[in-house]
Design a protein around this ligand. Structure first.
Ligand code: NIG
Ligand code: FE
Length: 429
């Protein structure tokens, strides 16, 4: 199957002029590699050619009968978003927590009173793998509808050997029903479940000696994540989990500095693919981060939904040369949104990222946060054909409009175009 996208108003290639595969930092984040009147040729799920429409159309073999041509006049075409941090394995929204927060309780107060992450446990423990997979599949569809083509998906609401494995199996099943790409992560170390309340070390031992080895043996996860935070896992326990992950050849990543500051040095020894949230990152840790390929993944939808006035310090991180990504953090407690465009809007309005920086953070740098930048995150020959098409004539519109879905088409590993009804054209300035 060959698809030819033509006449994109702006084609955002995100390619690096020198062909570097490093994460984009500082001023590099503002270069989207834009081609006006752009075209992409897709063959067998891969990108075959990228360039101006007249150049690419000229490369087509004779006889265009088997080529599906999509006219992208009035559209911005870009790499599908890489949502590198999501928690899709849950069964129900947490509406009681939501109302308690409106009444003034904080996230930690709600968690201490038995709400929070622990409130999602029973639903997941009682659900069948089939039902969980259906929930995950539904979330993946919603994400794709908003332009996401790669999703990192964590377990973390089972918190027992059986339920964590069931959660990862649900991710695996759902990913087989979806044309996009899913990167599964074990988040057994999300919080200490109630039955280990008095003996958290025993729970850490279960994760390290039982859950991680079994998950690794069955290849159910590529990464191990830890919620390294007050009220969850301290740095020493985080290191134990990271060590077990490394022994079983799984990559590591962490939720860190969401509510309190932490010393990142001991975690950086394990070469994490990303450190996520980072609201309270210490200035002292910036040089270490900037000199590493660990990505700082910022999750402003969580700040928005928790009603916080402070947002992750994107400017400080970018200006220090840290590789920054953006993700939804899709989850029932702090970020019930599948929308990367909404995250772009928050990044620009609340964190003062430029639209171009936000798009780089949501595509190429998101791919780096999953160590997938050789396949994902930019439109270049040989890469997976993961593409989002937006009703817009200028890339800044992706972060400008909010509360409306302007993603009108997508290609997932060459499958597509899956189109929706177009919005009426807008004239903007
Ligand atoms: O990334 N902070 C830890 N994990 C999630 C929240 C999970 C929940 O409240 O259900 C987060 O914000
Ligand atoms: Fe999270």
């Amino acid at each position: 199957m060959t698809i030819l996208l033509t006449h994109a108003e702006q084609l955002l290639t995100l390619r690096d002029a020198l062909g570097s595969r490093d994460a984009r930092r500082g001023a590099q984040m503002r270069d989207l590699g834009i081609i006006q009147d752009g075209a992409v040729l897709i063959s067998d799920g891969k990108i075959a050619a990228v360039g101006a429409t007249d150049e690419v159309a000229g490369q087509l073999p004779d006889g265009r009968a088997d080529v599906e041509e999509i006219d992208c006049h009035g559209k911005v075409v870009l790499p599908g978003f890489v949502d590198s941090h999501t928690h899709p394995v849950f069964t129900a929204p947490r509406l009681v927590d939501f109302e308690k927060r409106i009444a003034g309780a904080s996230y930690e107060e709600i968690a201490d009173a038995g709400g929070g992450i622990r409130a999602s446990l029973s639903g997941v423990r009682e659900a069948s793998a089939t039902d969980l997979a259906a929930h995950v599949a539904g979330a993946l569809q919603q994400m794709a509808a908003q332009g996401t083509t790669t999703v990192e998906a964590k377990s973390g609401y089972g918190l027992s050997l059986e339920s964590e494995i069931k959660s990862l199996e649900a991710i695996q099943r759902a990913s087989k029903q979806w044309n996009g790409t899913v990167v599964p992560t074990l988040l057994g170390a999300h919080v200490v479940p109630p039955e280990y309340h008095d003996n958290p070390d025993e729970y850490v031992r279960l994760i390290c000696e039982d859950i991680i080895p079994k998950v690794a043996a069955r290849k159910l996860a590529e990464y191990v994540d830890v919620f390294c935070e007050r009220g969850a896992f301290n740095p020493e326990r985080t290191e134990l989990v990271f060590r077990a992950a490394a022994q079983h050849k799984l990559g590591v990543r962490a939720h860190v500095c969401q509510l309190t500051t932490a010393d990142l040095g001991p975690l950086m020894v394990f070469h994490p693919a990303s450190l996520d949230h980072m609201d309270f990152v210490r200035d002292d840790d910036l040089p270490l981060l900037a000199s590493s390929d660990t990505v700082a993944t910022l999750l402003p939808a969580a700040n928005y939904f928790l009603g916080l006035s402070a947002f992750p310090p994107a400017r400080k991180l970018i200006d220090a040369g840290v590789a920054v990504a953006l993700a939804t953090d899709y989850n029932p407690g702090t970020a019930p949104t599948p929308s990367m465009p909404f995250v772009l809007s928050l990044a620009c309005t609340q964190m003062k990222m430029l639209p171009a920086e936000a798009i780089t953070a949501a595509t190429y740098n998101g791919a780096c946060a999953l160590r997938l930048q050789h396949r994902k995150g930019s439109l270049e020959p040989g890469k997976d054909a993961d593409i989002a098409i937006f009703e817009a004539s200028d890339y800044r519109e992706l972060a400008y409009w909010f509360g409306v879905n302007r993603c009108s088409g997508r290609v997932l590993k060459g499958a597509g175009p899956q189109r929706q009804v177009s919005h009426p054209p807008d004239s903007g300035d």
